[in-house]
Design a protein around this ligand. Sequence first.
Ligand SMILES: C[S@@+](CC[C@H](N)C(=O)[O-])C[C@H]1O[C@@H](n2cnc3c(N)ncnc32)[C@H](O)[C@@H]1O
Length: 319
Amino acid sequence: MRDADKRDRRRERAVASLGEHHPFPHSERDCEPFAVCFVNCVRNTLSVTVADVRISRFQPRSNGVGRFDARAGAFTRGIPKSSQQTEAVNPGKPITQAAGYNDCLDLMHRVMAYRHEPIHSELMKIRDKYSMLHVDVLILVYHFAKLCSGAILEIGAFVGGATIAAALGVRDSGQEKKLIAIEPGGSVKHKRLGTRNILRDLERNLARERVANMVTLVKGKSFKPETISAVRQALGSDQVGLLILDADAAKRRDVDCYGDKFAHGCWMVIDDIYGADANEKITPSRADVDALVAEGLLDPLGFYGWSTWVGRWRGRAHR
Ligand SMILES: C[S@@+](CC[C@H](N)C(=O)[O-])C[C@H]1O[C@@H](n2cnc3c(N)ncnc32)[C@H](O)[C@@H]1O
């Protein structure tokens, strides 16, 4: 109750402050005003306030991540203090450039838009029955599978949650795309999804969701020579347009095993990047992904769900 009262008082103060002018250091003076509508809800009372707002461009003095130029509609990245230059990120440019602010926003927007479409409830059910991933990540897997050109490679299928999401994306693309899932099997203790036989449940779930005929299941560990050759054989001359990497902590090992088959701009969904307490899987996974980004091989687009990194492959040829 006390917290709710405090929150209400903060909201009341925020609304009362409308109409005041709050200058920030380093902000510009000649900025365009625009009208906005504030809706405030305090207990059972709804109040609507219309206000003229001026937002100045803000030029940070420190090495900030960047600034948005509202007039040019472009995001400019901050460069270290020693340099006065700034690097413009053009959203129209292909992926050879670092992913831009607009690419990241576009992806967030798409996830939000999907929440209002029937596929969202379909994917919610898939998540509840078969996946450890957040539904937003399954939405992205679905989206990339629908959008990508080339094959889809999943490493660590478990009982099929992301595999089924990808298969639904392929189905809705109306195109033929290879979907290859690697899984060695075993047993897992898990409150919701525990199993004594991963492969048995994976095959049963793919059949139950009527996608078994779309999936080439490679049974084995990703780095074993026989697995690598089975995947290469299944791929043929196709390149990978979407990688779903959710196996163990050795992210770089798997990128090294299959990197030569990734298409330039291949969508990448990599799990185990964040956790409240850095466990033995997250710390090395994160270090691998950070290093691949630092080397210019991966291009980040965002972080989704509980622990998932999303981005694109820039490719060794473009280093
Ligand atoms: C966290 S689960 C994957 C969860 C799944 N993405 C989902 O939607 O719920 C990790 C899976 O990776 C598998 N795995 C572990 N090491 C692997 C490896 N080297 N190659 C392929 N799969 C592996 C495990 O057997 C396990 O089923």
